[in-house]
Design a protein around this ligand. Structure first.
Ligand SMILES: [Zn+2]
Length: 660
């Protein structure tokens, strides 16, 4: 098949396996079983109604007014993301999220489906406390206990979390994705079968484990560890063990499901199904839990799943290059184009393997992830951090999920010392990742008004949709935000915002390292970044540091005499070690001012099949041509000035940070 037809057909069928991009509108009245009126609550039939008590400790830290250069501020972006996580929820359904927001509808709507919880809400549960640590924001904090309570209400008698199918009229939308459903008597059915009232799915588990691991780190309540370990014990009963690897059969499970019936051993998922049915995704949650608690069963199961993913799933080659699978998109370019496939499905698998390899200190496995990352960074554009939804040349849409995965991989590989990808991370954070976050409302309403009016369906809401979705991430192109805010992308990005924030600086054994030159408050030092207005970063030291080092930005050479440091106005001699300038010891109250050159360049870059002319100052794109229309990117003329603009902010320096 020629490339043009392939791409065209793929675009038509891309949603067939991945989560649907759009919630299909079903007119009010056609199927509104049990929908309550505006202020009534849905009567959701959870598997468990009585749950243990828990409390949410306050997010402690110093909060103060400050003036900072008006440059990228991840803490500010974290609060915007909290706006979407908590605002894009349905109070009538215990703050269940709306998985998708559609902006090219009149009026704009956000819609529920089974996908709300399938993989997305758990990801947001992992992200929300992390973003509160980074920002100190209490915005929408009625949602946190509601989500935590819901997660506990999901826990079934066998230890796994079960999604209720009774009580919300959208719960059986899109059942095909999670077929078959294994029953307690060993038979198989699917969730359109009304005799099924609760089900679970391995892809649900990892980020539920991640969220509860964070809750436990914050409150030390043994409840969370008991719940996670109960989940893992039940997984060990369900898992299929072969030789040195393990997997969960494709599909979803009723409580007390039996996976011993005829045919089960024949449904080992491969290719994209190995990820999307949960096996590959599960590695990360288990590895995170093992890293924090040293719980051996988590490590053993994660290790056997890693073996399965690398050696049996036909999803990566020996060097870690991504492989297409027949189920990826239809028709698949499998034979003509062996390398590629869903970027996010591969990316999140790599995140799991990396987390596991770091937890067990497996150098060979870390190298395999690095090799895979090296291949992945050739897909899309590493100049701006554009990652296509499918690793396929000229794919126009950038799903934020793989962008977020690559952010996490770059941060963790660099922090582990396996590679130096801070520049990849810096370029992505300042450009595609930052632009993929919705920060304005006006253009959305202008776009929506041009569309023909369409009724709001029973599973949708048109109530302040755009305002409630500010801070969310979606499927943009290289030059505009476009039409959709996606739940998966917002969930993935919530924790990647934290990964960036966490890795801007690190304080270890009295040594302060600044890896990324971005605004950041911390209890050890505050960073003011003037980039890209000026080549300058200030460090205000708050706790004595035996040594302070700053990584040079990409466009500045190591040992450059143009890098100058002054401490309280006095010149300070630099010592270089690879890309880091060592600035000596820092006393509380001192201000380090580091200056270096910064300039503009104009480059042509093919991104998503289209050639753009970019003006880049430092690493920051300040103009793109041709420009976008719907949520145009890089409206950054102000950054071309040579003196920083300033803004007043409330900064938050958390007392406790979580290594995540
Ligand atoms: Zn996504």
């Amino acid at each position: 098949m020629n490339r043009r037809n392939f791409v065209k057909n793929s675009l038509l069928t891309a949603g067939s396996l991945s989560l649907p991009l759009r919630v299909e509108a079903i007119p009010t009245g056609s199927n509104d079983r049990g929908a309550p009126t505006k202020n009534e609550k849905f009567k959701i039939e959870y598997i468990r109604n009585s749950i243990p008590d828990f409390e949410i400790p306050p997010y402690r830290g110093g909060s103060y007014e400050d003036s900072v250069p008006d440059t990228l501020d991840i803490a500010e972006r974290a609060e915007l993301c909290i706006n979407c996580l908590t605002g894009n929820t349905d109070e009538r359904a215990d703050y269940e999220i709306y998985e998708v927001a559609e902006f090219d509808r009149n009026p704009p709507v956000m819609g529920h489906s089974i996908n709300d919880w399938l993989k997305v809400n758990e990801g947001m549960m992992e992200g929300l406390p992390l973003l509160r640590i980074a920002s100190g924001s209490t915005l929408g904090d009625q949602v946190d206990p509601a989500w935590m309570g819901t997660l506990l209400k999901y826990i079934g008698p066998d230890g796994l979390p079960y999604l209720p199918l009774v009580g919300t009229p959208w719960s059986r939308l899109y059942p095909s994705f999670i077929q078959p459903l294994w029953r307690a008597d060993g038979a198989a059915t699917d969730i359109s079968d009304n005799s099924v009232t609760q089900f679970t799915f391995p892809a649900l588990w990892p980020r539920a484990i991640a969220a509860m691991t964070i809750y436990n780190l914050r409150d030390q309540n043994p409840l969370w560890r008991q719940t996670i370990e109960g989940m893992i014990q039940r997984m060990l009963q369900l898992v299929t063990n072969e030789y040195d690897y393990s997997f969960f059969p494709a599909g979803s499970y009723e409580p007390n499901a039996k996976l011993t019936g005829p045919g089960v051993c024949n449904v080992m998922p491969t290719g994209v199904l190995a990820m999307e049915h949960g096996n590959g995704r599960l590695i990360q949650g288990l590895a995170q839990y093992y890293r924090v608690t040293a719980y051996e069963p988590a490590q053993e199961l994660a290790g056997r799943l890693v073996k399965f993913l690398r050696e049996r799933a036909y999803y990566y080659d020996a060097e870690g290059r991504f492989l297409w699978s027949y189920a990826d998109i239809n028709p698949s370019p499998f034979e003509a184009e062996p390398f590629g496939g869903s970027f996010h499905s591969h990316g999140i698998g790599l995140m799991g393997v990396l987390e596991y390899a770091a937890a067990v200190r497996d150098r060979g496995l870390l190298e395999w992830v690095r090799s895979s990352y090296e291949w992945a960074r050739t897909q899309g554009s590493s100049l701006v951090g554009f990652r296509p939804e499918y690793a396929l040349h000229n794919w126009a849409r950038c799903e934020t999920c793989p962008v977020a995965d690559m952010v996490g991989l770059a941060a963790k590989l660099s922090a582990e010392g396996v590679g130096d990808y801070w520049d990849d991370l810096d370029r992505c954070a300042r450009n595609q990742f930052a632009e993929n976050q919705l920060t304005e409302t006006g253009w959305v309403y202008r776009m929506a008004e041009q569309m023909p009016k369409k009724p709001v369906a029973y599973n949708e809401s048109a109530d302040r949709v755009v305002e409630r979705n500010i801070g969310g991430f979606g499927y943009p192109t290289a030059n505009e935000y476009g039409t959709v805010r996606a739940g998966c992308c917002t969930a993935s990005s919530s924790r990647s915002l934290y990964y960036i924030w966490e890795h801007i600086l690190r304080h270890e054994n009295g040594r302060l390292s600044v890896n990324l030159l971005l605004n950041r408050a911390s209890k050890w030092a505050d960073v003011r970044s003037y980039i890209p207005y000026e080549g300058r970063v200030d460090l205000r030291i708050k706790q004595p540091c035996e040594s302070v080092r700053v990584r040079a930005p990409e466009w500045v050479e190591s040992n450059s005499p143009q890098v100058i440091c002054k401490v309280n106005g006095m010149s300070r001699e630099l010592r270089w070690d690879a890309r880091y300038a060592h600035l000596g010891a820092g006393k509380a109250g001192e201000t380090f001012v580091v200056t270096f050159p910064i300039g503009e360049r104009t480059v042509k870059e093919k991104i998503g099949g289209r050639v753009y002319t970019l003006v880049i100052k430092g690493n920051t794109v300040v103009s793109i041509d041709p420009p976008g229309k719907y949520g145009a990117f890089y409206q950054r003329a102000g950054y071309r000035e040579s003196q920083a603009r300033w803004k007043k902010v409330r900064r938050f320096a958390p007392e406790e940070e979580i290594r995540w």
